[in-house]
Design a protein around this ligand. Structure first.
Ligand code: NCD
Length: 327
């Protein structure tokens, strides 16, 4: 299979060979990043514009570094200091960056659908510009889903990461599933890899409607729990998620203390899992809430720093696949 995708807006319709192309490409960039000169000329002369309408530490810096490692020129847009505050629309902002010669736009917005709308406008105008979703509302965060996949597959076979390594693995995703675009992207990628995905959290944050996602999947692959124990029992991986209080419009939680008591990942609770269990978290972490502080820093269990490192190779792969298709 050859790479044909022009925009990366979500993982819902990705097929297994596409994941494998991405994993192999990321793997070769991981090798580049281990060299003394961590840079290749692949995107020389191309312009990547980071348009982040929502706060971000990891994703934005990671895309920026990935673009620089590929020798692209990078523009960084931040809403506070832009003409948005003077009433310019998002589409007009995008067209301004288009007029400067942007080839790839990375877009994050609190509203689901904004990257899709910009991609549609770029296509309508026949610009050839590629759009990458850097996280839209509660919808999807494809580059995070892919870096999580890469982290897991590299752990299982560092030399040859591929999706079939995850077949039959049990992965518990714990916490605020309702507001999480990371969870949604991971559900698509992990079930496509034929892993068993167990969602767990309080009923207010793991609503019944996630069972509808299960009906779109072949076979028994997605399970819902409101108690931690059945989700953790025998789990190979535990992915914890931040409580996204900025997106909570009602009182969905009793208190952070109580949440930690019922759903926090601690050393004691890890005993329910597979002995070699590993923990992931997309960050930012509320220390001592989703996960106990000591566990977060314990390299024996925590993949959190590896996720951040993987993110650069994965985003290089995404920019490269789109950028070389462009030229
Ligand atoms: C996530 C996001 O922004 O969706 N973080 C990230 O990109 N690494 C998760 C979160 O904000 O909790």
């Amino acid at each position: 299979m050859n790479w044909t995708r022009h925009h990366i807006l979500g993982l819902a319709d990705w097929v297994a060979p596409e994941y494998d192309i991405l994993l192999q490409t990321a793997s070769s960039f991981r090798e580049v990043l281990s060299r003394r000169t961590k840079k290749v000329p692949a995107l020389q002369g191309q312009v990547v514009t980071n348009m982040f309408f929502e706060p971000s530490t990891r994703t934005r810096s990671s895309f920026e570094l990935a673009a620089k490692r590929l020798s692209a020129d990078i523009l960084n847009f931040s809403p506070g200091s832009s003409s948005l505050s003077k009433g310019e629309t998002i589409l007009d902002t995008a067209k301004t960056y288009l007029a400067m010669g942007t080839d790839i736009m990375v877009i994050r917005h609190k509203q689901a659908g904004v990257p899709q709308a910009i991609a549609a406008e770029m296509d309508r105008l026949e610009t050839g510009v590629c759009v990458l979703n850097g996280g839209d509302g509660q919808h999807e965060h494809p580059s995070q889903g892919l870096l999580d996949l890469f982290t897991l597959c590299c752990l299982l076979d560092s030399d040859n990461p591929r999706v079939d390594l995850l077949k039959g693995k049990k992965i518990a995703i714990v916490g605020d599933i309702l507001h999480s675009r990371v969870a949604r992207s991971n559900i698509w990628s992990l079930t496509k890899a034929e892993a068993q995905v167990h969602l767990v959290g309080p009923p207010t944050l793991v609503p019944q409607f996630f069972t509808q996602m299960a009906t779109q999947l072949p076979g028994d692959q997605l399970f819902l729990h409101w108690d931690l124990e059945p989700a953790l029992r025998g789990a190979d991986f535990v992915m914890t998620l931040r409580l996204q209080q900025e997106r909570m419009t009602a009182h969905l939680l009793p208190s952070l203390r109580e949440y930690h008591q019922r759903y926090g990942i601690t050393r004691d609770r890890l005993k329910l899992c597979h002995p070699q269990v590993k923990i992931l978290h997309p960050g930012p972490v509320n220390r001592g809430v989703e996960i106990s502080s000591d566990l977060m820093d314990d390299r024996e269990f925590s993949l959190i720093q590896q996720q951040v490192t993987s993110g650069i190779a994965v985003r290089m792969a995404l920019l490269y696949l789109l950028g070389t298709l462009n030229s």
